[in-house]
Design a protein around this ligand. Sequence first.
Ligand SMILES: NC(=O)c1ccc[n+]([C@@H]2O[C@H](COP(=O)([O-])OP(=O)(O)OC[C@H]3O[C@@H](n4cnc5c(N)ncnc54)[C@H](O)[C@@H]3O)[C@@H](O)[C@H]2O)c1
Length: 328
Amino acid sequence: MDKLQPYFRKAQDFLRVFYTKRGKNGMAQVAALSFGLLYLQYQIRKYNGWLKKKSVTNEHIFITGGASGIGRNMAIRFAKLGAKISIVDVNSEALQKVVEEINKTYGEKTAFGAYCDVSDPKSVKNAIQECIDYHKKNIDILINNAGVVSGKQILNNSEAGISKTININTTAHHWTVREVLEKMINNNHGHIVTIASIGGWVGVRGLVDYCASKFGAVGFDESLRFELRAINSKVKTTCICPYFINTGMFDGAKSRFPLLLPILSENYASQRIVNAIFQDEAVVIMPIILNLAIMVKAIFPTCVYDNMMEMFGVSESMDHFKGRALQN
Ligand SMILES: NC(=O)c1ccc[n+]([C@@H]2O[C@H](COP(=O)([O-])OP(=O)(O)OC[C@H]3O[C@@H](n4cnc5c(N)ncnc54)[C@H](O)[C@@H]3O)[C@@H](O)[C@H]2O)c1
């Protein structure tokens, strides 16, 4: 501390001179600027994954919809870091390929795969028990990632299609979380990750059922976070809200200004999500610029927001959507 004394004295002298010259307003400007710079450097560190990270070695990570896209990508990344991986999916063939790929690269019993339709509570219960029995460990990190999109406007969609989207993208989160949360709370350890979407904050033409389901997922995450806060639990929650990712799920969707609002790459999005989990981030909007849309929506009249979304081409982004076939 003694070594720092001269620096403290210099800082005090600087502030005294500054105050004499600029008065209270000047001090307020300096305080605001310092706060701004501190906040900016924190955001940069967070965005690049430079904050303090927790270890996932030997943690049991359970990923729904892990047979393809970002689910598969995250499973491989976590396996590389020494975690025990469980992936579940309705696509058994693709699921088995991912399990084999991980076990071949990172050790024989690193990954386990089980068939699971997340919209069916019984299927969820059985799959979770199978995974716990296989790894002989309760689930430490649950990633609710399985999702579907119809890409149909409301009148062109079917009752079955609409129900399927809501059941898989929102209701299923209740089934998985109800299976694991009690043990997490009792152990005061665990993490529930909700893979939502920017469609959980802003509505898009052609995505009525999808946005409804993702607004639900965002609300699910936020309410769960408050339930955990109320009991001072150390169980963490993370809600991920990405723009389009090039996994194939949203094939054909377009960004009018790709430089400003790029379609995210699967690798980038997966690494960002893994970092967010490591850093116990509560909510991630990506790319970061989309926070502006949320701010405009919260502050300005609806007509300003609506015009902005149309100007940036967000509302027409689904006009050439092809996607993957939704099996009804
Ligand atoms: N791709 C994007 O542009 C994008 C953007 C924002 C959010 N997301 C979200 O990210 C998540 C992953 O998307 P992705 O791009 O990797 O898509 P993806 O289609 O590659 O992966 C989704 C996986 O979920 C599985 N699945 C579907 N229904 C299921 C069910 N009933 N039970 C279990 N598994 C089921 C599929 O078989 C598939 O393996 C989804 O929740 C999606 O809504 C994707």
